[in-house]
Design a protein around this ligand. Structure first.
Ligand code: ZN
Ligand code: ZN
Length: 257
């Protein structure tokens, strides 16, 4: 028996996958690293592929679905995604299950809520997972902090949110202009400042842990992301959750629930 926890197997443009682990039910949110690497990193957190009850895809970009087909087909694990995500993800030989962009479904004893996010993808979503009155919410790859994201994640004990770029680093960096505007646009990625604002709006006494995801290797640093979010979240006299960054491409955690 162990307390439920969330662990980041990998985060960033090189691959994303997050483990939600409890005694009865465990799921992966995204499978954006190779099958072999997912198996290896699961073992670092005392888990193996046979423990995984479902893979939940956020959207169809390869850094989120690269390993899904192999991992889910050889281990016979169902894969959940919106119609748009599943249509654009190679999933031959898997048990693919369509979910609503705005809905609730169950896996084992988990109750999982989806909410839409704005991102340059077909039908991208974030996930909010509830177990025995505890809630963990995850949103990565979103261009703007919308009311739907706020509603979908509010009231969570643990929040995992993208903090992709520092505005100055992106704008003064070497990316071509079209790419800079795409990243910073409403359907691109979330800046440190926006992540900080969103976190401060959703933080309550209940929020114990914030984890920052998908930090850009070129346009961000752990220190800048932490500074921007800490400034917004910890400035009031209210709740003081722990805030943790994730390093690009590395495993991070576990974060207890
Ligand atoms: Zn991504
Ligand atoms: Zn994406």
């Amino acid at each position: 028996m162990h307390r439920p926890f969330v662990a980041v197997l990998s985060s960033g443009s090189c691959g994303n996958s997050i483990l939600f682990r409890s005694n009865e039910t465990s799921v992966l949110i995204d499978a954006g690293i190779s099958c072999k690497e997912m198996e290896r990193r699961l073992s670092l957190f005392g888990a193996e592929a046979q423990d995984i009850d479902a893979v939940l895809l956020t959207h169809e970009h390869t850094d989120h679905n690269r390993g899904a087909k192999r991992f889910c087909s050889i281990h016979d694990i169902p894969v959940f995604g919106t119609e748009g995500t599943l249509a654009l993800t190679p999933l031959e030989g898997t048990d693919a299950k369509t979910i609503e962009r705005h809905g609730t479904f169950g896996v084992g004893n988990l109750s999982i809520r989806t909410f839409p996010v704005r991102h340059l993808a077909a039908e991208p979503v974030g996930y909010s997972i509830a177990l025995d009155g505890i809630r963990a919410s995850i949103a990565s790859d979103l261009g703007s902090p919308t009311e739907e994201v706020l509603k979908g994640m509010r009231g969570s004990d643990l929040v995992m949110i993208e903090a992709n770029y520092d505005e100055d680093m992106l704008m003064n960096g070497g990316y071509p202009y079209f790419l800079k505007t795409a990243i910073a646009g409403d359907h691109g990625h979330l800046s440190n400042e926006d992540a900080g604002r969103l976190c401060s709006e959703m933080t309550s006494e209940r929020t114990k842990q914030i984890v920052l995801l998908h930090l850009s290797k070129d346009n961000n640093t752990v220190d800048l992301a932490m500074e921007a979010v800490e400034k917004r979240v910890l400035c009031g006299g209210g709740a003081r959750p722990s805030i943790a960054p994730t390093e690009h491409g590395c495993q991070n955690g576990p974060f207890a629930l």
